[in-house]
Design a protein around this ligand. Structure first.
Ligand SMILES: NC(=O)c1ccc[n+]([C@@H]2O[C@H](COP(=O)([O-])OP(=O)(O)OC[C@H]3O[C@@H](n4cnc5c(N)ncnc54)[C@H](OP(=O)(O)O)[C@@H]3O)[C@@H](O)[C@H]2O)c1
Length: 454
């Protein structure tokens, strides 16, 4: 399905117009202020041009007769500023409304209660944000859900589940929290083993690779042979996890979902492959946003390549990727507070100026405060999780319809031009296997005696 480019263009045009109008108003105000400082304005009102006076009279609801004495006297400053101000305010209002509609995306996607009964879903990064919201929606639809969290996030996840579902309810019993740190190969291995144990011989229908980090300010090396940390958490950890979960995947309609981002389009395949195959070309020139974009591009390429390999081997499984929209979650924690801790910890904003951890030296405190405030304008979580829920439920038609696609707002969308290149996919795959030490056993499917689906 073609991407609605015109909507994106209209939004950018809206932002541009609003920005220009605001800028013009600011300049006008500054000049007026400077002018009034050097020269006092005349206090007596001046005579207004007849045509303008008629327009003002009409705007005020007065009927204008041909013989009306148009010698209306209006202070010049009021007229000069009020008309353009009103026009600018209207343009701003409609521009922002259009922009907010685009940011918010479609209404919350609803699942029928009980429609996912018997389905088992693993969600990485389910302690907060989009992962947690998705877990709640799938639970309500009847699924059994495993969510993962790092050591520090586990207590937070358990507390959030108790608060949301009650401590001993039927819903609460259908969700469990597993420890997982995607940057640590041993933790990934442990999580896969724990999954097998908890499933007690049952299959996994969906693996939702949702956990992620964004824009870590300084380059840090991961345990995957020194690969950059965002690439490690966002891609390599998930690659290793899915590879180790393959024997647990359902033989009916299993699905792997990679949560990517629109930012993947800013990724650069040669730079990504260089990082994976040879390490950084120049570690000193690390750019946090490039690294994020590349890791999200890796998510899309991985989904496409995994889907291709599923199909080549006749596996009854599919892999897809998605962009959730711009949502107010903790993902921006490194940008806003510079710390790897939840943003609800309001003190982190204060701590970042004195604390020992890394911060964006270029982002001064007022900019950080502005970013924090701007989060209120972003997409609400329940709409942000729409594509997660839609794809996990197979509402796109599942195996028959989708495979390797990338979704935005629950619709297939365009990806980076090179993301579908099988040669790029092959190289990413081989490098990922080498760095993680996990080799995918995608040979012909064996009959597995793992208990039937309920
Ligand atoms: N929010 C957006 O606007 C947006 C836009 C585009 C794409 N996305 C993508 O959506 C996904 C979910 O992000 P979100 O917005 O919900 O952010 P979030 O609230 O920060 O959630 C991220 C999750 O990732 C987990 N995580 C972080 N580092 C981890 C690690 N080393 N090992 C295992 N888990 C780790 C966190 O769990 P802990 O409790 O363990 O920290 C947390 O639950 C990400 O992949 C992100 O790139 C989000």
């Amino acid at each position: 399905m073609p991407i609605p480019r015109f909507r994106v263009w209209r939004a950018w045009r809206g932002i541009g117009v609003c920005g220009a109008v605001l800028l013009a108003l600011c300049v006008e105000r500054v000049l007026a202020f400077a002018w009034s400082g050097t020269r006092s304005r005349p206090s007596t009102p001046t005579r207004v041009a007849p045509r303008l006076a008629a327009r003002v009279a009409r705007g005020a609801g007065l009927s204008v007769h041909s013989n009306l004495d148009l010698n209306i006297e209006v202070p010049d400053t009021d007229l000069e500023t009020s008309v353009p101000l009103l026009a600018a305010a209207l343009a701003l209002f409609f521009g922002l409304r259009q922009l907010k509609g685009l940011i918010d995306g479609p209404e919350e996607f609803q699942l029928q209660p009980g429609s996912l009964q018997g389905r088992r879903v693993l969600i990485t990064g389910g302690s907060a944000g989009l992962g947690f919201e998705t877990a709640m929606r799938l639970l309500e639809a009847g699924a059994e859900v495993l969510i993962t969290a790092r050591a520090a996030g586990q207590a937070r996840a358990e507390a959030a589940l108790d608060a949301e579902l009650g401590e001993a309810t039927e819903l609460r019993r259908r969700v469990q929290v597993l420890p997982l740190d995607l940057s640590e190969p041993s933790s990934v291995q442990h999580c896969a083993a724990l999954c097998q144990q908890l499933l007690c011989g049952n299959c996994l229908d969906v693996v939702l690779c949702n956990a992620g980090v964004m824009a870590i300010p300084q380059r840090s090396a991961s345990s995957y042979d020194g690969a950059e940390m965002q690439l490690a958490v966002n891609h390599l950890g998930h690659f290793a996890l899915v590879g180790q979960l393959l024997p647990l995947l359902s033989q009916q309609h299993a699905r792997v979902i990679c949560v990517s981002s629109l930012a993947h389009r800013l990724g650069h395949p040669p730079r990504l492959l260089q990082e994976l195959e040879l390490g950084p070309s120049d570690a000193l020139r690390y750019n946090a946003w490039d690294a994020y974009s590349d890791s999200k591009l890796a998510n899309v390429i991985f989904a496409k390549e995994l889907d291709r390999r599923f199909r080549a081997q006749g596996w009854p499984a599919s892999a897809v990727a998605l962009h959730p929209g711009l949502c107010a979650t903790d993902l921006a924690k490194y940008v806003i507070s510079g710390r790897d801790e939840p943003l609800e910890d309001r003190n982190s904003l204060l701590k970042c100026s004195t604390g020992p951890t890394v911060t964006y030296a270029s982002y001064a405190a007022p900019v950080q405060a502005l970013l924090q405030a701007a989060r209120g304008l972003l997409r609400p979580l329940e709409r942000g999780a729409n594509s997660h829920v839609f794809l996990a439920a197979g509402a796109d038609g599942g195996l028959e319809r989708s495979g390797g696609e990338y979704f935005e707002d629950m619709k297939p969308a365009e990806t980076h031009a090179e993301a579908a290149d099988p040669l790029v996919g092959d190289r990413l795959w081989e490098a990922s296997e080498r760095l993680t030490g996990v080799h995918y056993d995608l040979g012909p499917i064996r009959k597995r005696d793992r208990g039937s689906r309920s």
